[in-house]
Design a protein around this ligand. Structure first.
Ligand SMILES: [Zn+2]
Length: 435
């Protein structure tokens, strides 16, 4: 770098320093420091910014992607550091967790900007923001959580409230979603659906009794659970457009949640006829991405019959499966026999584990619990393998997503007949394509 170039870069730095700090550092010092950075191969913009920060600058200089530049939520990838956002708080909730025996308060919720929404966790206990606040966040980082990007607000993070009009109007507008695409972490959604079931209950929220309405909604693409924290006078069979809800995970299943700030409009019932509500069949990878779903069907091949399948003993008190004749709660206890299957099913796009109860296991094996009890254990496992391993199967039930992956509590199942001729043709065609 020429002497002249160096001088002009130092001028830039001095111009960016505040008046006070300008007096505290000499031109010579800056030249020396900058030369050192250049010697070490630090890019010039980064070197200048570092010196401005060090000596108390007031402006951001860099022309290229400076670290203080804002990222849009839809552009966030897992494992990004120094993330800066301008966004609004869609939901925020405190949560008590235990870390190494200590109780800690953290916060979790959803943030949104004009490009999309993202779930977040804040690890400091004094986060002082509310729903609806527009905030500038700097120095956050992202992680991958069960296939989706999650924002983490850690110790190095700064958050400050700012003016609402800094965000474009569109950041606050709800976006349209089909029911099958609802997954936890979405905020500001706009959903049109038919109410299939609605129940009312009372809950205690910070000492106050509140009415909560929950149930099932559906459109032509699928079903989902919902909870409303406000009485919108909804009834079974109503077709409604719900604008301004958000989706959170409840017992492993995505749930549409809304309150008095949402708009709920009743539509003509013919908008979603009852006959259009079919059972949703989806590829397994989609279930995994959604982290669970209500009443869905998958079809795949049984790739594993897991230990714990077959005849098991359950605690007579609490129904837990006994391990070596002992219940983890009640100790040594008389067990009652039960029959179940734990299958791993793969459809080529992903795999899920599933649990089938006695009735479904009896149906698949063509044997009753009594008949299975009379067989020795190895013979029964052999029989299960012969009947199910590598066979194509259809499973219907609720899919649950948790930190261990996605699993299904199966409500109905059947073996799928594979047309042998068709399958042979498909395989030979696949082979031809490979050759
Ligand atoms: Zn027990």
């Amino acid at each position: 770098m020429s002497e002249e170039d160096l001088k002009s870069h130092v001028d830039d730095i001095i111009n960016a320093l505040s008046e006070k700090s300008e007096k505290e550092v000499t031109r010579e010092e800056l030249e020396k420091e900058l030369s050192k950075f250049i010697e070490y191969g630090v890019p010039i913009d980064q070197a200048k910014q570092t010196l401005i920060n060090k000596f108390g600058g007031i402006a951001v200089l860099t022309s290229t992607g400076s670290s203080s530049e804002r990222t849009l939520i839809s552009d966030l990838q897992p494992n990004e550091r120094s993330v800066n956002l301008l966004c609004h708080i869609i939901t925020v909730n405190p949560k008590e967790i235990t870390v190494k025996g200590d109780n800690r308060k953290i916060f979790y919720g959803i943030l949104g900007d004009e490009s999309g929404t993202i779930p977040f966790t804040a690890w400091n206990s004094d986060l002082d923001v509310e729903k609806g606040d527009v905030v500038e966040i700097s120095n956050a980082y992202t992680r991958d959580w069960q296939g989706t990007v999650q924002l983490n607000l850690g110790d190095q993070m700064n958050i400050k409230k700012t003016d609402k009009d800094k965000l474009p109007e569109s950041a606050f507008e709800a976006k349209e979603f089909k029911v099958k695409d609802l997954r936890s972490g979405l905020g500001s959604v706009d959903v049109t659906a038919r109410i299939l079931e609605i129940n009312e209950r009372e809950v205690n929220v910070s000492g106050e009794t509140k009415k909560v309405f929950s149930g099932t909604i559906a459109d032509e693409t699928g079903k989902a659970q919902f909870t409303s924290w406000h009485d919108f006078k909804l009834k079974d069979g109503d077709v409604v457009r719900i604008t301004g809800g958000y989706v959170k995970s409840w017992k492993g299943i995505p749930q549409l949640t809304f309150d008095e700030r949402a708009t709920v409009k009743k539509l003509d019932k013919s908008k979603i006829p009852k006959g259009d509500l079919k059972l949703t069949k989806m590829p397994i990878h989609m279930l995994i991405e959604k982290r669970g779903a209500l009443d869905v069907e998958v079809e795949g091949t049984v790739i594993e019959i897991r230990p714990g399948s077959g005849v098991i003993m359950r605690c007579a008190e609490c129904n837990r499966a006994l391990q070596n004749g002992e219940c983890s709660i009640h100790g040594k206890i008389n067990g009652k026999p039960d029959l179940r299957l734990k299958l791993v099913v793969d459809d080529g796009t992903g795999s899920i584990s599933s649990v089938l109860n006695k009735e479904l296991t009896e149906k698949l094996l063509g044997k009753t619990l009594e008949e299975c009890k009379k067989m020795n254990e190895d013979d029964l496992i052999n029989e299960i393998n012969k009947t199910l391993f590598a066979r194509k199967i259809s499973l219907r039930g609720n899919a649950l997503g948790d930190e261990f992956g996605t699993s299904m509590i199966v409500k109905d199942t059947k073996l799928v007949d594979v047309d042998v001729k068709e399958e042979a043709e498909r395989l030979s065609q696949e082979l031809e394509e490979l050759l």
